[in-house]
Design a binder for this molecule. Sequence first.
Ligand SMILES: Cc1cc2nc3c(=O)[nH]c(=O)nc-3n(C[C@H](O)[C@H](O)[C@H](O)COP(=O)(O)OP(=O)(O)OC[C@H]3O[C@@H](n4cnc5c(N)ncnc54)[C@H](O)[C@@H]3O)c2cc1C
Length: 477
Amino acid sequence: MNVCIIGAGPAGMTAAYQLAKTGIAVEVFEAGDSVGGMARTLDLWGQKADIGPHRFFSSDPRINKVWLEVAAPDYDMVNRLTRIFYRGRLFFYPLKPFNALANLGLFEAARCLLSYAAERLHPTPMGETPTFEEWVVSRFGRRLFGIFFKTYSEKLWGISCSELDADFAAQRIKKFSLGEAIWTALGLGKTQHKTLVDQFAYPHGGTGMVYERMAQKCIALGGKIHLKTPVRRVVVEKGRAVAVELENGQRLAYDHIISTMPMTHLVERMDGAPAEVLRALHQLTYRNTILVFLRIPAKDLFRDNWLYVHSADLQTGRITNFRNWTPHLYGKSEESIVAMEYWCYDSEALWKKTDEELIALATDEIQRSHLLPKGQAVTAGHVERIGRSYPVYARGYKKPLSVVENFLRTIGALSVIGRYGAFKYNNQDHSILMGILAAENIRKGALCHDLWDINTDYEYQESSVITSTGLQESAAP
Ligand SMILES: Cc1cc2nc3c(=O)[nH]c(=O)nc-3n(C[C@H](O)[C@H](O)[C@H](O)COP(=O)(O)OP(=O)(O)OC[C@H]3O[C@@H](n4cnc5c(N)ncnc54)[C@H](O)[C@@H]3O)c2cc1C
């Protein structure tokens, strides 16, 4: 049995590692020059930094076990501090009512509470496919939606919140509401809500360390990993994936292919996708991320792991301060690395800006934000462009997605997983799980797990958390 894996991100590397452990021959093709995909770690100015903030958290023992197998004992438990930057003030996220009240002022806070009360009395009617706006307004009231959700979400997705599917909120905000936030603040909440998880595991060598180690272990077990080797297309014959064709034209045959490349590329380049599938495919869009890393010769900038930037006068949406993750990232350096995140579509002017223009933009914005001490210099910048980083959950996206899914289900010997691979808004843990289950299907020679069914809001019957001493099973999810 020989298996080809397209992409060495968390999904692809986990699948390769799991298969290699069972003696199956694996060959990974990665377009980039390192493993880890969007969860890779960069070496910058003598320090390490990730592609934006990468906290790892899961309550699924299957995922935690694999993560620990490669990361332990070289990880720290990090206390999460991630606030919202809005009009020059810092609000806790998830919202803490007393902090929000103090920052908003009595008058604005009263308006927010009245708007929430009005929502409870006369709930916003939900459409057949509820939108992000309807979902959030129903839980927080219209006023808080305007302050804390609208600007950030529209920066991130580039479409109005009334055009964004409620799935995004259901997945990321879960069942949290203002009522629950107040209850929790008063110490009356029943269990800690998932959104409120305030500790996460973080590898000493940056988030990419996990995938670098998986790659090393895979190679030690006989697996092959080819960097800078993009796959052009998957060759399908008689309804079965039989080979991959590399960009250089080389054709290589396999018994099974796992694809984590963008679903749109996979299907477009495949022979025989029906017109109806191609039409559906073109309704699925991705948003890009630009990260501008700034080198700042100072140690104590702000305390947060990252900040969500809601202020509309700044284009950046999130600012990560890597000095607040683990000291292993900066070692003896006396400087900080801050990453400013920007989001855009291929067609937007921002995507076409030069590195110099982007560094100038980010430098100007961090200085205007007053997050740096007055007169604090930025001495260098570095830009990373991550295409297709966010599958856009535009209103009604599930319909075209299911057409594409149903087509891909008909192709034998092909497993389609990953964030842009399966068009799911995955965190690392979800991609790791997809890798684990794809490998299990291949190993058992049967479709024991429906990979399309893995959703980012799934609940697993058992639960565990990673602690500083290892896995703690059956903790509260
Ligand atoms: C800014 C940002 C912040 C994030 N924060 C967090 C966080 O806090 N916590 C968290 O858990 N997750 C976070 N994530 C998400 C996390 O990075 C992803 O869930 C994870 O990397 C997805 O893994 P993947 O393997 O599915 O895809 P990817 O990481 O995208 O890997 C896919 C790989 O396939 C390769 N590839 C693509 N096309 C081809 C081809 N044709 N041939 C060969 N190779 C190809 C790519 O180069 C890439 O290496 C964040 C992501 C971003 C962008």
